[in-house]
Write a protein that binds this ligand. Structure first.
Ligand code: ZN
Length: 125
């Protein structure tokens, strides 16, 4: 059992969950028709949740353009990966862009030091 999922897939399911949440909240609001203020609060919350998911979807779009498309060595299908380590979107095979991490056990924390080095090179500019 591999605990991690492909990042883009994970964000996508999060956005989908937000849409469902928004619809459910708005649906609950209908039950409070007698109380206009409560209904309005539920409707606003539901609407905000749907707006948030739209924002997340737009964010995935930006991430996807930056993501590296590679062919998965395990299942042979093409998948997009983010950061230094990620999971194959089809078979959850751990993938890495860093040859020094090859063969090592998958760990999401490998993404963190890379972010720090990017930051420090920016500072020297
Ligand atoms: Zn795969």
């Amino acid at each position: 059992m591999k605990p991690y999922k492909n990042k883009i897939n994970r964000i996508r399911s999060f956005a989908l969950a937000l849409i469902f949440l928004g619809v459910v909240i708005m649906y609950i609001g209908i039950f409070f028709r007698s109380n206009e203020i409560v209904m309005l609060i539920f409707m606003t919350l539901g609407f905000l949740s749907i707006i948030a998911s739209t924002v997340v979807y737009a964010w995935i779009g930006t991430l996807s353009t930056r993501a590296v498309q590679i062919q998965c060595p395990s299942c042979g299908r093409h998948t997009k990966m983010l950061g230094r380590v990620d999971m194959c979107g089809h078979c959850r095979e751990p993938l890495t862009l860093d040859p020094s991490l090859e063969g090592k056990e998958f760990d999401v924390s490998y993404n963190r030091p890379q972010k720090q080095t990017v930051k420090s090179t920016d500072d020297t500019k």
